[in-house]
Ligand binder design. Structure first.
Ligand SMILES: [Zn+2]
Length: 258
């Protein structure tokens, strides 16, 4: 049976999942690109198996690191259960990148010439419930008298358009750089090559979730991008999550929220 969106079946379940919903800290972790799963109704979007498992479909390793961070810092994690190829939840509906016809070197035939009804159905199926859930989790923190801290967790491909990327961890921010500044300060001299607004920045439209959920309300926020070759197995994911958790804790001490 198709759910009301006409995209997901009831056996495929909800678009959004929440981990650690009873967390006691103010951290709300967000993973928009957690999954490469396509619902049956989407077919393959005309893509090869290689493209469907590549970074254009999801952020490899990001969900695992997000879950570890939520556990280590007693935060909540909201994650999307389906591929960003259908809807990129870190983009608003009016953005061409929300349902991209092309991603890096890959054409996406199944996203070509979408009708307004198709665009609306995808928005209703993936984007709206996702951001409603993030809003609810932030509201729960506020109602409990704590200060929400919004941290989005991503990974990026080491090779983009054939070019090797040297940055290992990107600390990204938009207009409110408090948490990012403190994380960058805490990173200096550390084990990884950490850069501000790299390999993307707000000019690339990647701070949508921060702009939607944190900046208008003054909630400290940051977007973390980890090069995905550094988080390709559980051992490395634990090492990275420990490193990021320590950075976040140091930064929160400076920013002065919990
Ligand atoms: Zn991402």
């Amino acid at each position: 049976m198709l759910l009301r969106s006409g995209i997901l079946t009831s056996s495929e379940g909800e678009a959004v999942a929440v981990d650690n919903a009873t967390a006691l800290s103010g951290f709300v972790f967000v993973c928009e690109h957690a999954s490469s799963t396509l619902p049956a109704s989407a077919g393959t979007l005309g893509l090869s198996a290689e493209a469907l498992s590549s970074h254009i479909a999801w952020d490899p390793g990001a969900l695992a690191v997000g879950k570890m961070l939520a556990t280590k810092l007693d935060g909540t994690l909201v994650h999307q259960r389906f591929s960003r190829l259908l809807y990129d939840c870190n983009r608003p509906p009016e953005s061409p990148a929300a349902m991209p016809e092309k991603s890096e070197i890959y054409e996406i035939p199944g996203n070509r010439d979408l009708t307004p009804a198709e665009r609306y159905a995808r928005t209703a199926a993936f984007y709206v419930p996702f951001h409603d859930q993030v809003s609810r989790e932030i509201a729960r923190v506020v109602e409990s008298g704590r200060q929400p801290v919004v941290v989005t967790v991503h990974s990026f491909t080491p090779v983009y358009f054939g070019k090797q990327r040297e940055v290992e961890i990107g600390v990204l921010h938009d207009a409110d750089s408090r948490l990012a500044d403190a994380m960058l300060d805490a990173s200096s001299g550390g084990a990884y090559r950490v850069e501000r607004n790299s390999p993307y920045g707000p000019e690339d439209g990647v701070t949508h979730s921060l702009r939607l959920h944190a900046i208008p309300y003054g909630h400290p926020n940051v977007m973390i991008e980890v090069r995905n070759d550094l988080i390709s197995n559980t051992v490395d994911q634990e090492i990275m999550a420990d490193h990021l958790a320590a950075l976040i804790v140091k930064a929160i001490d400076v920013v002065g929220t919990a």
